[in-house]
Design a protein around this ligand. Structure first.
Ligand SMILES: Nc1ncnc2c1ncn2[C@@H]1O[C@H](COP(=O)(O)OP(=O)(O)OP(=O)(O)O)[C@@H](O)[C@H]1O
Length: 304
């Protein structure tokens, strides 16, 4: 049973004097339990809308949504207690300490104070827990927000662009925290981001959104490996001569560090054969993986 299932979910926003804006277009999305699932897409691709539909904050026009195996919004009351979310900058009392703010939330939720200490520990704010919230850095404020979302020991934690607006140290701390949460085994983390590096560093799996649709999904490595650039890097003892041989056989070749890159190769064995026929024996041949940036651009640019 997946943690999240969205099938054929559509949502348009009505706009005064203009045609409606289609934010989700028959979106299919499945998030399996455990680890960190990235939700990657350019601005306006529908990430926030999906999350708002998932949390029952807006109703979709069509489609089915299941959260922890319960239909949403129908069974939302039964399931929302197992979901923690940080969707906007959380509101805390600025003059109260981080600890006091969490204690108030815990009291409202009927949770023991020991839980406050546990989540402070998890987000590494114990040392600063008695300082006033208004004196916290943005990164600390964000980590306190994550602590608040963790109070209920959620099975699913939804974080919408948690690094937005943070300085590099804050970004690093939040990423480390998300990685730790994902590897704890008890919580599935759904992390939306438009930052490729963040997804690459933090996530186990990724779903890529473009124009309100999921255009690629799977383990981060597989989604990217499926987008190999078609280039191969080779090492030969005489690169200049080998390049001339390959060019004469119709390949585009460019020099690379310690060798050559042969472009748009469909059968690497052909490169080996042609070179061997001309007395050039390969020392190394490696496919060049598409870097994340170009894979992402290629995926989101494809017509769907
Ligand atoms: N309340 C709204 N009224 C009208 N259009 C909206 C509204 N909210 C979102 N949209 C539009 O729906 C589309 C999807 O927006 P959404 O915020 O879900 O995307 P996103 O991937 O989260 O982008 P971002 O990273 O910029 O927040 C965009 O074209 C956006 O302009």
């Amino acid at each position: 049973m997946p943690a999240v299932e969205m099938r054929g979910v559509s949502k348009s926003y009505r706009r005064r004097g203009r045609p409606p804006q289609q934010a989700l277009d028959a979106l299919d999305l499945v998030v399996e339990h455990g680890g960190v699932q990235g939700f990657l897409g350019p601005n306006g691709s529908g990430k926030t809308t999906s999350i708002r539909v998932l949390l029952g904050l807006i109703r979709p026009d069509a489609g089915e949504v299941r959260l922890l195996d319960r239909p949403v919004p129908g069974d939302l009351p039964q399931v929302i207690g197992s979901v923690g979310a940080l969707v906007e900058t959380p509101l805390f009392f600025p003059g109260f300490s981080g600890r006091r703010n969490l204690q108030l939330l815990a009291e409202v939720a009927g949770l023991p104070r020991t839980r406050v200490e546990e989540v402070l520990e998890t987000v590494e704010l114990t040392d600063r827990a008695d300082d006033r919230f208004k004196g916290y850095s943005l990164g600390m404020k964000q980590r306190l927000g994550i602590a608040a979302a963790l109070l209920k020991s959620p099975r699913l934690l939804v974080l919408d662009e948690p690094s937005n607006g943070l300085d590099p140290a804050g970004i690093r701390d939040v990423r480390e925290l998300i990685r730790r949460l994902g590897s704890s085994g008890s919580t599935t983390v759904l992390l939306s981001s438009h930052l490729l590096a963040e997804i690459e560093q933090v996530c186990d799996r990724v779903a890529i959104l473009a124009r309100g649709r999921c255009v690629a999904a799977g383990p981060v490595r597989e989604v990217l490996a499926g987008r190999s650039s078609g280039d191969v890097r080779i090492r030969v003892p005489a690169p200049a001569e080998a390049a001339a041989v390959l060019q004469a056989s119709g390949w585009a070749v460019s020099p690379a560090e310690a060798g050559l890159v042969v472009h748009a190769v469909t059968a690497p064995g052909e490169v080996t054969r042609v070179l061997a026929e001309h007395g050039h024996y390969l020392e190394e041949l490696t496919p060049v993986a598409a870097d994340l940036e170009s894979a992402f651009l290629a995926i989101t640019a494809e017509p769907v």
